[in-house]
Structure formats: C-alpha cells, structure tokens
Design a protein around this ligand. Structure first.
Ligand SMILES: [Zn+2]
Length: 117
C-alpha cells in the first residue's frame, strides 16, 4: 500500500497524537478491526523510529551503541515503575489506576480519587 506524502504525514501526525485508534464516531469494533488498526499503528511507529534514528545518525552522529544503551536505560526505568496486580499477579505500569487484565484496583490502599486529576 503506497501512501501519498500528505496521507503519510497525516498518519504520522495521528501516531504522534495517539489518535489513530479513535474514530470521530465511536462504534464497537471487532477484534479483527482492532488488530488491523494496531498493526498499521505498529508499522507506522517502526517507520517513525527508523526515521528518528537515521536523523540522529546523520545530523548528530549518534551511534547505534548509544541508542541501544539508552533503550536499555529506559527499559530498566519502565520495569522499575511496575506494580504487581493484587488479584491476577500480572505486572502493570504503576501509573495505571486499574489492572488492564482483570480490572482490579492496583493501589487499593490509596484513596480512589488519588489517581484522578
Ligand atoms: Zn489483574
């Protein structure tokens, strides 16, 4: 599937805003539709990553090792910010209010509105 430059730009903008999966008229979507949208989004994220990496190399002479080291630092940082769901024992991001697998509160000892703006 070839995209025109403007269509491609629109997709990248959608990725940046995280809005690709949100339609203007929200209707229930099948898991097939959802996985197609997620695959498209993943593909565009891969392209965006590659573009950023190539620009880093070309314009700032950032090496692949520096990128890989930074990825490892970020991966460890994200891992440290995980909490174990009290019900299903899966690892979840500490910033989440509820478990995305079973829906349990991840911070049951905190007041419920603590995590809401
Ligand atoms: Zn859970």
């Amino acid at each position: 599937m070839a995209l025109s430059p403007s269509k491609s730009h629109l997709l990248l903008t959608n990725i940046a805003l995280g809005s690709l999966a949100q339609s203007p008229n929200p209707t229930p979507v099948s898991s097939l539709q959802e996985s197609t949208v997620l695959r498209q989004r993943l593909s565009m994220l891969e392209i965006a990553n590659q573009a950023l990496f190539e620009l880093l190399q070309e314009k700032l002479s950032v090496s692949q090792d520096e990128v890989l080291n930074k990825m490892e630092i970020i991966r460890k940082r994200i891992e440290e910010e995980k909490v174990v769901c009290p019900k299903c024992r899966r690892l979840m991001s500490a910033s989440r209010e509820t478990c995305s697998y079973c829906g349990s509160l991840l911070h049951p000892d905190q007041p419920e509105d603590h995590w809401r703006p």
